[in-house]
Design a protein around this ligand. Structure first.
Ligand code: NAD
Length: 279
């Protein structure tokens, strides 16, 4: 039976380290959070970020903008935060109103204040193994793998999902650890080859958002399984991997909820502290 990789315990440990780093900075790092328009989900997510930030001694500034804001006006607002010396990190909450192009907007955040780690300059640094600010979910996965104690060098690592926030940066991070890395996506499924790739994975990371996509029977004996997926099925939150069967085969597996999720916000806070150190 697999051991559970529970993000909340690791998150507590990392938060303790962050608290002491914040106190040795000698000033409160400031995270500016932008919400454009009314969205209950985004507001509740921001509230939980605020709570975590404040528990670490990070000031959380909330900037609520009108849903009718134009793209140029939002760009100007971000530039002001970039120029504001007291602000260390900027985060834009999703979803944005339809007139705003997220990719364009997120590229306007100064790279050393880009605490989501999604600026092309920060993504580019991952290629060279020099990134200090990493995309939060990919960083959370790497922390969980590290905590399992599994050596990644030479391992068959398979990622399912090639999004910009998870799969693609993760592939670079795994390559940096010398894992033999395969990235699967919708094209892999269309070609009928997903099962074949998953079955050879010694380390499997799934980030798709489709409950039951990965059958528990496909999991290799002793594999480490990280399930990033979040799906609501009949009032329950489940991942992308058939947990019950996978748990019997894997050596380590993340529960959903309680695996990657609790660590993601901790990685955001780590980026804020890192940004404050960089500036
Ligand atoms: P996305 O929609 O941007 O990307 C989905 C990926 O899955 C794509 O690469 C697509 O090609 C692939 N895909 C879709 N259908 C497939 C299929 N049938 N077979 C194989 N691949 C398929 O998604 P995302 O933003 O990366 O999020 C993925 C999941 O992870 C979602 O459930 C999301 O809620 C969750 N998520 C969780 C956290 C967390 O902190 N726990 C953070 C981010 C995302």
């Amino acid at each position: 039976m697999a051991k559970l990789l529970e993000g909340k315990f690791l998150a507590e440990k990392i938060k303790e380290e962050l608290k002491s780093q914040v106190s040795s900075l000698g000033r409160r790092p400031v995270l500016a959070s932008i919400i454009a328009g009314d969205n209950a989900g985004a507001e509740s997510y921001a509230k939980s970020q605020k709570k975590t930030a404040e528990s670490l001694g990070i000031e959380y500034q909330f900037h609520k903008l009108d849903s009718s804001i134009s793209e140029p006006a939002l760009v100007e607002f971000i530039h002001k935060l970039n120029d504001e010396k007291t602000v260390n990190g900027v985060i834009i909450q999703m979803p944005l109103p339809p007139q705003i192009d997220y990719k364009k907007i997120s590229g306007c955040i100064a790279p050393d204040k880009d605490v989501e780690g999604m600026h092309p300059a920060n993504i580019g640094k991952i290629v060279f193994g020099k990134a200090r600010i990493l995309p939060c979910t990919a960083a959370a996965v790497m922390e969980l793998l590290n905590s399992s104690g599994i050596g990644l060098r030479g391992k068959e690592a398979v990622i399912v999902g090639h999004s910009e926030i998870v799969g693609k940066p993760l592939a670079l991070l795994l390559l940096d650890k010398f894992a033999t890395t395969t990235v699967c996506h919708i094209g892999t499924s269309e070609a009928g080859k997903l099962e074949e790739h998953v079955k050879k994975a010694e380390v499997l990371i799934v980030a798709v958002g489709r409950a039951g996509l990965i059958k528990g029977e496909w999991i290799k004996e002793g594999a480490v399984v990280i399930d990033v997926g979040i799906n609501r099925v009949a009032d329950k939150i489940v991942g992308d991997v058939g947990f019950e069967e996978a748990e019997k085969r894997a050596s380590y597996i993340t529960p959903v909820p309680g695996g990657v999720g609790p660590l993601t916000v901790t990685m955001l806070m780590r980026n804020v502290v890192e940004a404050a150190k960089l500036q």
